[in-house]
Design a protein around this ligand. Sequence first.
Ligand code: SAM
Length: 315
Amino acid sequence: MLRNLEPYGFDLLARVDPKVRERCLDIATGPGEPAMSLARMVGPDGKVVGIDLSEQMVELATRVASQRRIPSVEFRTMDAEKMDFPDESFDLAVSRFGFQIFTNPEAVARETYRVLAPKGRIGVAIWSTAEKASAIHAVVGPMLEFAEPDETGYLPTPYELGGPGEMMKLLEAAGFHEAKEGRKTHTMSFKDADDYIETFVEGTPLGHSIREEDPDIQGKILARTRENLREWRTRNGIRIPCECVIATAAIGLNRQRPPPGGRRMRIGWERAASGEIRTRRCFWSSGGCRRIRMRPCSPTGSPRRPPPTCGTRSS
Ligand SMILES: C[S@@+](CC[C@H](N)C(=O)[O-])C[C@H]1O[C@@H](n2cnc3c(N)ncnc32)[C@H](O)[C@@H]1O
């Protein structure tokens, strides 16, 4: 799988243009990319930290970096929603295929904003939508068709933020400026359907979800996946396209920081006359409404991120 992901990592790094001596953060680094490629680009006087929630991933990334003798890279087990770094620790933050699986991607974007220096920038790669991310949808389609939703009736997909402008909006809501979005398609290669299934089921978080299903559901998912793959068979194996979104943004000149003494903030929601929840407002405790996030909230929201009740709460 890592071989198939490489071109997306190159596109991401080309967009953020890492410089020698920069301090970089790779969020949800998994087995260590793009952190290791970044480390080669910033050189021995730069610094790269890759973080991941999974201790096993961090151990694997550390082992591979040491085998490859890559200097200036370090891996740490850490929740991206609550980073253990002081403010303004990095010049550049990247994440390859992390944002669409975070439970709270908004919190990760806010944390990234906090740990970036004043001229800092961010680059994020995520999968596009179902119809454009064929290589992923060949298995996710059958999962959506046959798997049991959780108790909220919700089935997470890897396309959470892949719609037009969605990732840019999320970054802007966290305070970032100059958000831009581009799309890139690469062709993934697999020897045959068995190779595809082994790669996805054994080597990605999707496999974990499939293995949680009853054996007969698992059988149906895999049979339908094989059917879907027929369309992409060639004489040289399976060749299947997959589009990704690359979003970039910068801190900008007018960074807004919470007042000293803590990040005390009240969040209020405004309801339009129709009853629809329109905007979220953030009030810093030092007084006044310092920031208005024009992040539209759907009245129903996603069950994973339930709709706020009208009013205010402390955070
Ligand atoms: C699809 S993998 C991407 C790995 C790598 N960046 C790559 O492109 O190969 C997503 C990773 O996100 C990690 N992850 C999920 N939630 C996280 C969180 N809250 N904080 C840090 N890492 C997280 C998972 O452990 C997993 O390794």
